[in-house]
Write a protein that binds this ligand. Structure first.
Ligand SMILES: [Zn+2]
Length: 548
């Protein structure tokens, strides 16, 4: 008779069927807890069967401080875990694509980083640079290995330097943070990914909870230093479920290659589609806007289609990235990578929200400095990987408030203007609703700027204009007529290149036609710039704005 083996879940404390947990990729069948995964099981989760070739095994033992008992401890740990050190590195295939894989092992002295770990990670990255391959590194660590003292500390600088060279070669480096990732590893190779993912519920931090509590004498709040906490605070791009792990890695490999036929073989290998999570809401549209004032009112309607509504008809497999890596993830600006007919692109979009709850979450589409910093981070990444940028602009303006000022709203906008001016990839900006002042311009420095038929773009709101020039904000309607804020006005002034028709007014019925039209125009845009060098593209954009 077959024996049912049960194991105890550390989180819910229930006894669960081991086979079931294994089938669920080491996730508790009762509470969804993510069990820590041994190296070999992790390889099975990610690599195509029998494709993993380990690199740099049999590194000599290192005991730089001649720490007593350390070598015995290592020998014992090797015996117990069946692995040489706290990291395993090597090459494998992911759905047929070559990738370099590094996996830290928490059972090996808490995944602590000594000379051998630092050396293996460094050699792995150097070899990946040589072979021009992307690197995916699963991190978990208690920090530096105390027995190796200062030599352990030096591994942080050494690994980071190798990552810098890999990055300068235009190659993709991604980290997947698993439970727990702390200390010197967090302060070096774990947080340096072009894309940083984390498993749900993982403990991630520089100083671990025990250290903090002992230092400041305070208990930490529930959920502090979890993956979810890091996502909210803008430090990681997203949380990846084990069931999606391999697909996500594959998606990242494909969106970071620039070659023909990308999407066709991408699609071939995937059965589950990545979806946009925004839900299209019912709306009714009463009037087709005509006058400037009517347009102002129309674009302020919360149920005017959002960028994400059009995006469904333009892009395949949009995957959102999160965070500015400094302070927070600003939901007023959404960004990520997508395919448009086989071509990987970076997408940036202001999103206002549709119902009250979403509007609150997205701050009514008024970005904070961290929103602009996220956009810039993603645009710089697009430049590194030679991906064109499509930016959908729709904001009444940058958020005005204490927090925004404290975190440098002016600097954030200025930085974007400066950096966007010299991006060596084509940038297309489409104003789809309100284009409010500097807050809109901060993501609208394009080689071409297009506007939807009924969109508006202005130095400030008509109310503000009336109040400054005529000391009467009630004259907003009159102001809107003289401000030249409509697409026709701006085309005449040379501020935009192209007007996107709305087929009777942007609404739920026309969104598919508008999205389809945009897609065709975007493909033509990409074609126009495909033969140009990065320098030519940047120079063209410079001259475009120089002309004003
Ligand atoms: Zn459980």
């Amino acid at each position: 008779m077959e024996q049912v083996v049960e194991i105890k879940c550390p989180k819910c404390k229930k006894m669960v069927n081991r086979d079931l947990v294994v089938r669920k990729k080491y996730v508790c069948s009762e509470c969804g807890y993510y069990f820590r995964v041994k190296v070999n099981n992790r390889i099975r989760m990610v690599a195509d069967p029998k494709t993993f070739t380990p690199w740099f095994e049999d590194m000599p033992v290192c005991n730089p401080l001649k720490y007593e008992g350390y070598e015995e401890k290592l020998a014992e740990t090797r015996e117990k875990t069946g692995t040489d050190e706290a990291v395993t590195v090597g090459q494998c295939k992911v759905f047929g694509e070559d990738a370099v894989l590094g996996i830290c092992e928490s059972r090996f002295l808490m995944g602590s980083m000594g000379h051998v770990v630092g050396e293996k990670v460094t050699r792995m990255i150097e070899k990946a640079t040589e072979l021009k391959l992307p690197v995916f590194l699963f991190c978990c660590s208690g920090g530096a290995r105390m027995q190796e003292g200062i030599i352990s500390l030096m591994q942080m600088a050494k690994t980071s330097a190798a990552i810098k060279k890999h990055s300068e070669a235009g190659l993709l480096y991604c980290t997947i943070l698993t439970d727990p990732t702390t200390g010197g590893v967090t302060a070096s190779f774990a947080m340096l990914g072009d894309v940083i993912m984390a498993e749900p519920g993982a403990l991630i931090g520089f100083a671990g909870p025990r250290v903090i509590e002992q230092t400041i004498g305070q208990k930490l709040p529930e959920g502090f230093q979890t993956s979810e906490f890091l996502l909210e605070h803008g430090f990681i791009d997203g949380i990846v479920l084990r069931e999606n792990l391999k697909k996500t890695i594959y998606f990242l490999i494909k969106t970071h290659q620039c070659r023909e036929g990308n999407y066709a073989d991408f699609q071939k290998n995937l059965d589950v589609h990545f979806q946009l999570n925004e839900i299209m809401k019912e709306r009714s549209w009463l009037d087709i806007p005509r006058t400037a004032w009517e347009k102002v009112k129309a674009v302020r309607q919360v149920d005017r289609p959002a960028a994400t509504d059009y995006m469904q008809y333009i892009f395949d497999f949009f995957v959102e990235a999160h965070g500015d890596r400094y302070y927070r993830d600003d939901a007023a600006i959404v960004g990520g990578v997508a395919f448009v007919d086989g071509q990987p692109v970076t997408v940036i979009a202001d999103i206002k929200g549709k119902d009250f709850k979403e509007c609150q979450k997205r701050n009514f589409g008024m970005p904070m400095p961290e929103g602009y910093r996220k956009a810039l981070r993603l645009m710089k990444q697009a430049e590194k990987f030679n991906r064109p940028i499509i930016s959908f602009v729709n904001t009444s303006g940058a958020f005005c408030g204490i927090e925004a000022e404290e975190r440098g709203q002016g600097e954030a906008i200025a930085r974007n203007l400066l950096e966007m001016s010299s991006l060596k990839v084509p940038v297309l900006c489409i104003l789809i609703g309100e284009g409010g002042s500097g807050g809109a311009l901060a993501t609208a420095v394009g080689n071409e700027v297009w506007m939807m038929e009924n969109a508006t773009y202005s130095i400030l709101s008509p109310e503000g204009f009336a109040s400054i020039l005529w000391k009467d904000s009630n004259k907003a309607k009159e102001a809107s007529e003289v401000m030249n804020i409509t697409a026709e006005d701006l085309k005449r002034l040379g501020v935009i290149e192209q007007i996107i028709p709305e087929f009777g007014g942007a609404d739920k019925k026309s969104v598919e036609s508008i999205g389809g039209y945009m897609k065709e125009q975007i493909k033509l845009f990409l074609e126009r710039y495909s033969g140009m060098s990065g320098e030519e593209i940047a120079e063209q954009r410079y001259q475009r704005f120089r002309a004003f």
